[in-house]
Design a protein around this ligand. Structure first.
Ligand code: M6R
Length: 607
C-alpha cells in the first residue's frame, strides 16, 4: 500500500527519498510525490499520478538541493488517482504524507469547512493537514499541534510531516507501519513505512510503538528523539541493527522477481532447516515447546491464510489440538468464541496486514497467548505477539507470494513438532530435518524441469477458466494455485475440493475449461473418479500426479509427474511449486505485469 520515506541530513535529501521510494515500488502504488525545503528556504512540492518515473520526469533539470525531504507513493483509497489527490499535501509552511485511513474524516472535514478552511483534494489525508494548519494558526507550538491533531483522528494511520520553517521532520502512527533509522557516520536520519527503503543507508533502526511522536532534527543531539503524547521523552520503541541488504532489489538473471523468488526456495528451505535444527532458531522452538493450548485460532489473509489451513492440519493430526482457521477480516468482526488458555496463531509475510493485526489485538485483549509465523522481524505483528517464529524467506518483492508460503508452512510444521514434545528426541529431529532437506532436493530437481511446465502453459494460457482441485492437504494447495493464477494472469480460477465440483461448479465445465487436478496419495481412487467426471464433460485435464502412473497419464491431456510418495506431509509444498511456475508462465504468455499486478498491493495495511 502507500509508501513513505523521509530524510534529514547533509546528503542530498531529494535523491535519498527518491531512492527509498523506488525501493517501495514493489508494494504497489498509483502516484508519487516529494516535498522539500530548498536553498531559499521555500517549501517545494512535486507530485504526479502514475509511475515514479513520471515524478522524476518533472523533477528533471531542477535544482534539488535540500537537507530535508519527505516522499510518498500512494495507493488510492479516498478519491481517484490524480495529481491533486497525490501526496504530499501542503500549505505554504507544512507538507505531510499519510498511510492508512482517517475513519472520521467526513465529520472532521465538515467541521473544518464550517470554520472556513478550504480543501483541495478528495482525500481523507488532507483532513490531518487542515487540523494541523488550524492549530498552528492559533499559535499552538508545532509539536503540540501535531499531538492535538493526532488526538482528533480515528482509524489506523501513519503521518510524516515536514515543517519548512525548521526543516524538521515529525512522524507518528497508530496501527500502521513506521520505522526510523540513523546513520551516525553521515549524520543522516530517515523515516519510512518499510525498513527495506532504508537498507544500506542506516546503522540502526527504531520501530516506534503506537502514539509515539518521532522527531528528526539537526538540533537534536542524536538527530532523533521520541516523545509520548504528553510531551515527555520516551523509549517506547524497539531498536535493531538492520539485516536487509539493499541488493535484495536485484533481479539478477531473472526476468521477474517472482521467478527469482520461486528459484530461491530450495536454498531457503535448507537455511530454515539449519536455523531451526542447528542454529539460533532452536531457542525460538524451545520457547513455544511448553505451551499447552486447549485450542488454536489461526488467523491470516490470502496466501498466508492458505498456509494457515495447512498448519491447522499439522496441529490437528500431530498434536490433537482442536484448531480453527479463519480469514482475519472475518475473525475480527464476528465476536469469535475465544478465551484465555487458548492460543492465537497469526501467519503473515509482511507482519503489517491490517486485518491480521486486528485479529491479533483481539486475541490479546481476550487474554490468549499469541504466536506469529512471520517474515519481517521487527514488524508490528512480530512486536505485538508473545512468541514469534520467523520464516526467514528474505525480502519478498513479487506481489504474488511464493517463497513466503513455502517457508510459512514449513515453520508451521516446526511449531507442530515443538508442541509435540519431540524437540529432544534425536530420531524425530533427524527424520524431520531429512524430510525438509529432501523437499529442497526435489524442488531443485523440479526447477530444472521448468521448460516442460512452460510448454504446457503455452498450450492452455488462452482458455476461459481454471479449476484447481485437490483433497486433504492438497486442497489448500488448490486454493493457493488458483489465487496465484488469478492475481498475476487476470483470469478466472477457482480452488475446489475435488469431491465438491459436482455440487455445482461442474455446470461450468466445457472444452474451454481447464481442470488442474492435483492427485496426492489421499483418496487416490476417488480423486481419479472426479477427474473422469470432468473428462466426460470435455474439460481439459492437467494432472499433477505421481511418477509412473500411466493410467492417470492416459486420462489426462497434460501430465506433470512428481516423485512425492516419500515426502509425506510436505508433498503439497512440492506440488505448489508446479502451480507457482504454471501461474508465472501463463501470466508471461498473457503479457501481464507479473511483479506488480494491477490493483494489488504487496502489503495490505488498510482494512
Ligand atoms: O503480508 P501478509 O502475508 O500478511 O499478506 C497477506 C496477503 O495479502 C497476501 O498473502 C496476498 O494474498 C498475496 N498477494 C498472495 O500472493
Amino acid at each position: 500500500m502507500c509508501g513513505i520515506v523521509g530524510h534529514l541530513g547533509p546528503q542530498n535529501s531529494v535523491e535519498t527519498v527518491l531512492e527509498g521510494l523506488k525501493r517501495l515500488e514493489y508494494r504497489g502504488y498509483d502516484s508519487a510525490g516529494v516535498s522539500f525545503v530548498d536553498e531559499h528556504n521555500e517549501l517545494c512540492v512535486f507530485k504526479k499520478s502514475g509511475k515514479l518515473e513520471n515524478l522524476k520526469r518533472i523533477l528533471e533539470g531542477k535544482n534539488l538541493v535540500a537537507r530535508s525531504c519527505i516522499g510518498h507513493t500512494r495507493w488510492a483509497t479516498h478519491g481517484e488517482v490524480n495529481d491533486t489527490n497525490s501526496h504530499p499535501h501542503s500549505n505554504d509552511k507544512i507538507a505531510m504524507v499519510h498511510n492508512g485511513i482517517i475513519e472520521n474524516a467526513t465529520t472532521l472535514k465538515r467541521e473544518l469547512i464550517e470554520k472556513g478552511i478550504k480543501f483541495h483534494s478528495e482525500t481523507d489525508s488532507e483532513v490531518f493537514l487542515a487540523l494541523l494548519s488550524d492549530q498552528v494558526s492559533q499559535d499552538v507550538p508545532f509539536k503540540q499541534a501535531i499531538i492535538n491533531s493526532f488526538h482528533r483522528i480515528t482509524g489506523n494511520s501513519a503521518f510524516v510531516i515536514l515543517n519548512s520553517e525548521t526543516s524538521e521532520i515529525y512522524a507518528i502512527k497508530r496501527g500502521a507501519p513506521l520505522v526510523c533509522g540513523i546513520n551516525e557516520t553521515s549524520s543522516e536520519g530517515l523515516v519510512s513505512s518499510d525498513p527495506y527503503a532504508l537498507a544500506g543507508m542506516v546503522h540502526k533502526l527504531y520501530f516506534p510503538e503506537d502514539d509515539v511522536l518521532c522527531h528528526l532534527s539537526a538540533a537534536n543531539k542524536n538527530l532523533l528523539n521520541f516523545y509520548e503524547l504528553d510531551g515527555t521523552k520516551t523509549r517506547r520503541y524497539m531498536s535493531k541493527t538492520p539485516d536487509i541488504s539493499a541488493t535484495a532489489s536485484d533481479k539478477g538473471d531473472y526476468d521477474h522477481f517472482m521467478l527469482k523468488e520461486i528459484h530461491e526456495q530450495p536454498e531457503l528451505i535448507r537455511s530454515l532447516t539449519q536455523y531451526y535444527f542447528a542454529g539460533e532458531g532452536e531457542s525460538a522452538l524451545q520457547d513455544v515447546a511448553n505451551l499447552r493450548p486447549e485450542r488454536v485460532h489461526i488467523s491470516a489473509c490470502g496466501t498466508a491464510f492458505y498456509a494457515g489451513l495447512m498448519i491447522k492440519d499439522f496441529l490437528e493430526q500431530y498434536n490433537q489440538i482442536p484448531t480453527v482457521a479463519e480469514i482475519a477480516s472475518e475473525f475480527r468482526y464476528k465476536n469469535p468464541l475465544i478465551k484465555s488458555g487458548e492460543m492465537g496463531l497469526f501467519v503473515s509475510q509482511s507482519g503489517e496486514t491490517a486485518d491480521t493485526l486486528a485479529a491479533q489485538e483481539l486475541c490479546t485483549e481476550k487474554g490468549l497467548d499469541t504466536i506469529s509465523i512471520v517474515n519481517v522481524e521487527g514488524s508490528t505483528l512480530y512486536r505485538n505477539c508473545n512468541h514469534n517464529l520467523i520464516i526467514r524467506a528474505g525480502v519478498e518483492i513479487g506481489v504474488a507470494s511464493t517463497k513466503a508460503f513455502t517457508q510459512q508452512v514449513l515453520t508451521g510444521r516446526l511449531l507442530s513438532y515443538a508442541l509435540s514434545g519431540d524437540l529432544n528426541n534425536p530420531e524425530r529431529r533427524v527424520a524431520l530435518a531429512s524430510q525438509f532437506n529432501l523437499l529442497a532436493e526435489r524442488v531443485d530437481y523440479l526447477l530444472a524441469q521448468e521448460e516442460k511446465i512452460k510448454a504446457i502453459a503455452k498450450e492452455i494460457y488462452e482458455r476461459k477458466g481454471y479449476f484447481y482441485t485437490g483433497r486433504g492437504m492438497y486442497f489448500p494447495i488448490a486454493l493457493e494455485g488458483a489465487l496465484k493464477l488469478k492475481e498475476i494472469a487476470y483470469v478466472h480460477a477457482e480452488g475446489y475440493a475435488s469431491g465438491e465440483l459436482k455440487h455445482g461448479p461442474i455446470a461450468l465445465i466445457d472444452s474451454e475449461m481447464v481442470n488442474v487436478a492435483i492427485v496426492g496419495p489421499e483418496l487416490y481412487d476417488k480423486t481419479v473418479s472426479n477427474i473422469q467426471e470432468i473428462r466426460a464433460r470435455k474439460g481439459i485435464i492437467l494432472t499433477i500426479g505421481p511418477k509412473g502412473d500411466t493410467d492417470l497419464e492416459e486420462i489426462s491431456d497434460f501430465y506433470i509427474s512428481l516423485d512425492f510418495s516419500d515426502l509425506g506431509d510436505l508433498g503439497p509444498l512440492y506440488v505448489n511449486v508446479v502451480n507457482q511456475m504454471l501461474a508465472y508462465y501463463i501470466a508471461l504468455y498473457k503479457g501481464t505485469d507479473i511483479d506488480k499486478p494491477r490493483n494489488l498491493a504487496k502489503s495490505v495495511t488498510v482494512e
